[in-house]
Design a protein around this ligand. Structure first.
Ligand SMILES: Cc1ncc(C[n+]2csc(CCOP(=O)(O)OP(=O)(O)O)c2C)c(N)n1
Ligand SMILES: [Mg+2]
Length: 419
């Protein structure tokens, strides 16, 4: 494994010196003035706030040369580029621990359900708990999440019904939850498309004067997509309140990070667009919370988008359809198990006297009950109306969609009549 992918290795720091020039100072500017649209007949939104001249990230746009870390592999407090980030509150850390334990149990249960044929597919996130949970605990309930197929655990941490989350991997519907009610976009499978949605949505919210932040998830592989670059550029130009969380789990299916990019860190990809960027040890929940707390506050305060690269690892295969032993060694996996995000945080919380044996046992029990309830509810066959396939595709269905809908309706009626 390369040093770059290890999360603690040597980075080619110094390739970029200090922060490049800050965004120009000055008041709010109009879209019209910037000629960012050719359609001047469209009523233009009032203003787009300019980025403030003084961005509060210590290194400006430039990420730390090494991932920000608060806890080492054993859960001891360390000082690694974390001086710019306040330590998260004890309540947030304890909540993160509980959510990670439940989240992992959910993930393991979903993996088992896929093996049993109750799910068509399941992309596991075991090992990525600090990112999955940390991202959601830093959002307020009115913020929006734009997740990928990998982020089911994050949605559970947000409080979504796990059965509704698993409706899509079950193969029963495009999306089993109500995106508006849950303020969570459908999980995107086409890589990086959700980033464009996040930017457009967040810009819209900002223009309506709402303090909404969008947390946009993407994997290391997704950063090679054109949509990633377009989303970053748009977000920076429009000062959209988006936090881009790159979960660098070291692989895009079988493609290792070394074949994905020659960049010194994926976090550096924000700089060229004028986006404040950071990299963090993605298996250190305390560091993830600290960095994302700040990133969300930064975006909410109108200071612009933030890109955070979290160095982590997926312990399981890409999905149940993948055989990871074909492209990585068990020694590599063992090495990452050593950096387990849950045991690290648990060790620190115990040292500090914030949790004890009784709390750990009660949390494990809560996780078991969660999994048992999920098993029971997933063993009931879902009744799906085939016509629902055509719902929620377009606000106003296209003539082609209506034609296809009528065709399916006629086929179902003919089948019914022949019984
Ligand atoms: C536009 C697009 N191209 C290719 C694929 C096929 N595909 C699905 S997952 C994946 C790997 C993505 O890796 P990464 O972004 O690192 O996310 P991870 O699965 O590791 O969370 C690929 C290539 C896709 N879903 N969408
Ligand atoms: Mg990946």
């Amino acid at each position: 494994m390369s040093d770059r992918s290890s999360g603690t290795g040597v980075h080619r720091a110094g390739v970029f010196a200090r922060a490049p020039a800050q965004a120009p100072a000055g008041g709010a500017h109009t879209l019209e003035a910037d000629a960012l649209t050719t359609d001047t007949s469209t009523p233009l939104p009032q203003t787009v706030p300019s980025p403030p001249a003084d961005r509060p990230f210590a290194r400006g746009l430039v990420p730390a040369p090494m991932p920000v870390q608060f806890l080492d592999d054993q859960g001891h407090r360390v000082q690694v580029f974390n001086d710019d980030y306040p330590e998260p509150a004890a309540e947030q850390l304890v909540a993160a621990y509980s959510a990670m334990v439940v989240g992992r149990r959910f993930d393991v249960q979903a993996t088992a359900l896929a093996k049993q044929g109750r799910l068509a597919v399941y992309p596991a996130a075991r090992g990525q708990e600090a990112c999955q949970v940390g991202s959601m605990l830093t959002l307020s309930k009115d913020d929006w999440a734009f997740p990928t197929y990998r982020d089911s655990m994050a949605l559970v941490a947000r409080g979504l019904d796990p059965v509704e989350v698993l409706t899509s991997p079950h193969g029963a519907a495009h999306c089993g939850y109500d995106p508006r009610a849950n303020r969570t976009a459908p999980q995107a499978t086409p890589l990086a498309t959700q980033l464009i949605h996040a930017v457009g949505f967040a810009s819209g919210e900002q223009r309506q004067g709402r303090p909404t932040v969008a947390m946009a998830f993407v994997g290391d592989g997704g950063t090679s997509e054109g949509d990633f670059h377009e989303a970053l550029n748009f977000a920076a130009v429009f000062n959209a309140p988006v936090v881009f969380l790159v979960q660098n789990n070291t692989y895009a299916i079988s493609t290792p990070l070394t074949r994905q990019t020659a960049a010194p860190s994926l976090g550096y990809k924000g700089i060229g667009y004028g986006i404040a960027s950071e990299q963090v040890d993605g298996n250190d929940a305390m560091a993830v919370l600290a960095v994302l707390n700040k990133a969300v506050a930064h975006a909410r305060a109108g200071q612009g988008p933030v890109l955070v690269e979290a160095h982590t690892y997926r312990l399981d295969a890409h999905t149940n359809a993948d055989d990871a032993t074909r492209y990585r060694s068990s020694a590599e996996v063992e090495d990452w198990i050593r950096r387990d995000p849950i045991t690290r945080l648990e060790a620190w919380l115990r040292q500090e006297g914030l949790i004890d044996d009784a709390f750990v046992a009660a949390t494990a029990q809560k996780a078991e009950a969660f999994a048992a309830d999920l098993r029971a509810r997933m063993s009931v066959d879902l009744v799906v109306d085939p016509m629902s396939l055509f719902d929620n595709v377009f606000g106003t269905p296209t003539p082609q969609l209506l034609e296809q809908r009528a065709m399916v309706q006629a086929e179902l009626e003919a089948e019914e009549a022949s019984r």
